[in-house]
Design a protein around this ligand. Structure first.
Ligand SMILES: [Zn+2]
Length: 238
C-alpha cells in the first residue's frame, strides 16, 4: 500500500513534465535523495508551484507511488532564499552547490550532515551576496567531501604516514603525499594545503581566502579525489 510521509528538503532541480507538471529532484533531511512529481504546478493558479522553485528549502507531504517518484500533496516554505535571485554571483554559487549535491549524493540514504551543510550554504549566500566567491564555494565543496565520506588525508602522507616534506597530492592515495611517495601526484603547495585544512576546520561563513593559484590546486585536489573515489566528475569551481 502506498503511504504518505512528511519530510523537509531542498529543491535541487525542477524539470518540466507534460503540460502542467514538474519532476523535482529533492535532497531531503531524513531520506537523502527523493524524486517527486508536482502535478499541475505550472498552471497559473497553482499556489504550490511558486513554493517549489529550485534552491528553496521546503517542508513537504509526499505520497509514495508505485514507481520511483512520489507525488507532492502539500508544501510549506521554510526558506525561499529570495536574495539568491537578486544578483548573479550568489545565484551561480547556490546553483553550483545544488549541482554538487545532485551529482555526489544520489542515494536514498539520509545524510543530515550533508543536508544541513547545503541548507547553511544557501542561507549564507541568500543573506550575504559578498560571500559568493570562488574560495567560499571551494570551502563548501571541501566540507561536502567530508560529509559524504571522501575527505582527503591532509595531516600526513597518505601513502606512508610521513608528517614532514609533504609536497604533492595523490588522488589515488587519497591525500597529500611526501617527496618519497610522489609518483602519480601533482604539486600541492603549502598555501593550497593550508586552505583545505582550514576549509574543513572553519564554519562556512568564515571560509579561508587564498591566491588564485592555490585555489586552482585545491580545486584539482577536490575534483580528482571525487573522480577517483566517488566516480563523480564535478565541474571545476571557476
Ligand atoms: Zn610518503
Amino acid at each position: 500500500m502506498a503511504g504518505s510521509f512528511k519530510t523537509e528538503a531542498v529543491v535541487l532541480r525542477s524539470i518540466r513534465y507534460g503540460e502542467a507538471d514538474r519532476v523535482l529532484h529533492l535532497y531531503s533531511e531524513d531520506r537523502g535523495r527523493v524524486g517527486a512529481m508536482a502535478k499541475g504546478v505550472r498552471r497559473t493558479r497553482s499556489r504550490m508551484g511558486g513554493r517549489l522553485e529550485p534552491l528553496s528549502r521546503v517542508r513537504l507531504v509526499l505520497r509514495e507511488g508505485r514507481g520511483d517518484l512520489c507525488t507532492v500533496t502539500a508544501v510549506d516554505t521554510v526558506n525561499a532564499h529570495p536574495g539568491l535571485r537578486e544578483s548573479r554571483a550568489p545565484l551561480e554559487r547556490a546553483t553550483q552547490a545544488c549541482e554538487s549535491v545532485l551529482r555526489l549524493l544520489d542515494s536514498g540514504e539520509a545524510n543530515p550532515a550533508a543536508y544541513y551543510l547545503l541548507c547553511n550554504q544557501l542561507a549564507l549566500l541568500n543573506a550575504d551576496p559578498d560571500a559568493a566567491t570562488r574560495a567560499q564555494s571551494l570551502a563548501f565543496r571541501t566540507k561536502l567531501l567530508l560529509a559524504s565520506g571522501f575527505a582527503p588525508e591532509l595531516a600526513s602522507c597518505a601513502s606512508c604516514g610521513e608528517a614532514e616534506h609533504l609536497a604533492g597530492f595523490s588522488p589515488a592515495a587519497g591525500g597529500v603525499v611526501c617527496g618519497g611517495c610522489e609518483s602519480g601526484s601533482f604539486p600541492l603547495g603549502p598555501e593550497a594545503h593550508g586552505f583545505l585544512v582550514e576549509a574543513l576546520g572553519r564554519p562556512l561563513s568564515e571560509a579561508p581566502q587564498a591566491s588564485e593559484a592555490a585555489l586552482g590546486q585545491a580545486d584539482r585536489a577536490i575534483g580528482e579525489t571525487l573522480e577517483h573515489h566517488a566516480h563523480v566528475r564535478l565541474r571545476r569551481v571557476a
